[in-house]
Design a protein around this ligand. Structure first.
Ligand SMILES: CC(C)(COP(=O)(O)OP(=O)(O)OC[C@H]1O[C@@H](n2cnc3c(N)ncnc32)[C@H](O)[C@@H]1OP(=O)(O)O)[C@@H](O)C(=O)NCCC(=O)NCCS
Length: 193
């Protein structure tokens, strides 16, 4: 079957949820990116390298990737107040194989643990399977990030493998966990609800 996307369906203006709304990034979001990615704790949870990105690196990441055409990135806003709290994205959207990689960072620490990350992940996964004709969404997460792993599991991601001792952090080695969800698994979860 040939997939014909609706106009604007690929990168919609907004994807509304209950607690949050995903919106297209705007240039002014760079300020928030610089704050988030300068935070050592955000860096610890998201980067292989020790320590945060420099402001120049963050600016290159923002304009080159987040605002770029081959990265489907959306800003995470709290629905009630419209406060910008983070970002989530698909990279490596591979039309030949119907696969993509998912990334998420809630950069505002006081917004962790309120269910926003779980909802953002669920909205993006639903978008991938219903609007992008994706077959598989994959991600990787460090073993020492149980909050992220919990959020991904609640959205139906399952562990499919580990790169053992792939990251040295806080004085010891940890695994990088590879997780994924397939289109039919996602659909089966929708009918169960
Ligand atoms: C990872 C992240 C996206 C999760 O989003 P979040 O909004 O904080 O998480 P949620 O509130 O949706 O879900 C967290 C869940 O994980 C579980 N959890 C939270 N803290 C936990 C802990 N210390 N140990 C085990 N499980 C934990 C809980 O079940 C919690 O569910 P609850 O809402 O029922 O309490 C967000 O915290 C974040 O961006 N962190 C910094 C960057 C990062 O780690 N990105 C991911 C890199 S792979």
């Amino acid at each position: 079957m040939t997939f014909v996307p609706e106009r604007g369906a690929w990168r919609p203006e907004a994807i509304p949820g209950k607690l949050i709304v995903l919106r297209r990034h705007r240039g002014e979001n760079l300020k928030a990116f610089i704050r988030w990615y300068s935070d050592p704790e955000v860096a610890r949870l998201t980067r292989y390298q020790d320590g945060p990105l420099s402001p120049d690196e963050i600016q290159r990441f923002f304009y080159g990737r987040i605002m770029g055409a081959d990265f489907l990135a959306m800003a995470i806003h709290i629905r009630e107040t419209d406060r910008l709290i983070g970002t989530c994205a698909f990279s490596q959207l591979d039309g030949d194989n119907g696969s993509s990689l998912f990334h998420i960072t809630i950069g505002e620490r006081d917004a962790w643990g309120h269910g926003y990350g779980t909802e953002a992940t669920g909205l993006m996964v639903a978008h991938a399977f219903t609007r992008l004709a994706i077959h598989r969404v994959a991600l990787s997460v460090f073993e020492f990030n149980p909050r992220a792993i919990g959020a991904y599991e609640r959205c139906g991601f399952i562990e499919e493998g580990r790169a053992r001792d792939a990251i040295f952090r806080d004085g010891r080695y940890w695994d990088e966990i590879h997780m994924s969800i397939l289109a039919d698994e996602w659909e089966a979860r929708q009918t169960k609800r």
